[in-house]
Design a protein around this ligand. Structure first.
Ligand code: SAM
Length: 289
């Protein structure tokens, strides 16, 4: 019997460790115009997508990140109509956004058309409802260029990017955040994929430092995603209104009810509130950012 292949996440090589997964079957592997893409089946995590050696999404734990990157900003805002996703090619976040009937238009700007094309084949649970929804607009472009050139304004912006390497590096720059500021509607909020503070603290504090120079409020919230190794995952928070982060629990619960109380597996009004209570080692870094 042929020996099974093991695939490693190489994101933390410089820290001297790797998460390695036993591969049941490689479903898709290619070097795209922008990055190395491999999708494989794992006995426990199901389908796993890696880009440039970094785990992006698995069918078993995707709900944590996708729900927290979506429902926290939208329920904090309370009246989001125009939503922008930068990155997000697997469409896992888009699927969550479109659960909010109040949203009138969702624009997703993904740099790599291959990620979308192969997600249509391998993640139909995301792409099926998304591409069938007439509120959804898919744009293939560099997010940096899009926010620099668009004259549209967005209530909620979700930066579901890769890590600050390769095509994703520009999405962690002050210039990018300044252009996002320009296309943020009054009372708007932006959330960002901002790494695992235990291993990637500088990435988080640098982003929050820029947020505080450009926005009325800059901070983060956290959630634990099993395959984003290292404990808490940080989601950056940049808002036009400092009160959004303090939205009362009753208000969040009432907004979920008004949105039809759609089912969730991780997000709850209580988890939403608790996510902004940062563990001291993260809070101290955020304070100094
Ligand atoms: N949740 C994942 C994570 O936290 O690492 C991210 C998932 S999503 C697949 C990341 C997407 O960002 C990829 O499809 C990648 O092609 C896209 N991306 C990277 N750089 C980009 C850029 N400059 N503009 C737009 N999309 C970009």
């Amino acid at each position: 019997m042929a020996e099974k292949r093991w695939i490693s996440e190489t994101l933390f090589d410089e820290l001297g460790f790797r998460m390695t997964y036993e591969v049941e079957r490689v479903l898709y592997e290619m070097r795209t115009e922008h990055q190395h893409l491999v999708l494989f089946e794992h006995t426990y995590f199901g389908k796993m997508l890696m880009l440039d050696g970094a785990t992006q999404v698995t069918t078993r734990d995707e709900f944590v990140y996708h729900e927290m990157m979506t429902h926290v900003p939208i329920f904090a805002h309370g009246n989001a109509k125009e939503v922008l996703i930068i990155g997000g090619g697997d469409c896992g976040i888009a699927e969550e956004v479109l659960k909010h009937k109040s949203v009138t238009r969702l624009t997703q700007v993904e740099i790599d058309a291959s990620v979308i094309e192969f997600s249509k084949e391998h993640f139909p649970e995301f792409t099926g409802p998304v591409f069938a929804d007439k509120r959804f607009e898919s744009v293939i472009a560099d997010g940096m260029k899009y926010v620099a050139e668009t004259d549209r304004r967005f209530d909620v912006m979700i930066v579901d990017s890769t890590d600050p390497q390769g095509p994703g590096a520009v999405l962690f720059t002050r210039e990018f955040y300044a252009n996002c500021r320009k296309c943020m509607a009054k009372g708007g909020v932006m959330v960002t994929q901002n790494g695992v503070p235990f291993f990637q603290a500088d990435e988080l504090t640098t982003s929050i430092g820029y947020f505080r120079q450009l926005y009325a409020d800059g901070s983060c919230y956290v959630a634990a995603i099993p395959t984003y190794v290292g404990g808490h995952m940080a989601m950056g928070w940049a808002a036009d209104d400092p009160k959004l982060r303090q939205t009362p629990l009753e208000t969040i619960a009432a907004r979920h009810k008004a949105a039809g109380s759609f089912p969730t597996k991780y997000w709850t009004p209580e988890v939403h509130k608790a996510a902004f209570a940062l563990p001291r080692f993260i809070a101290e870094k955020v304070e100094k950012a």
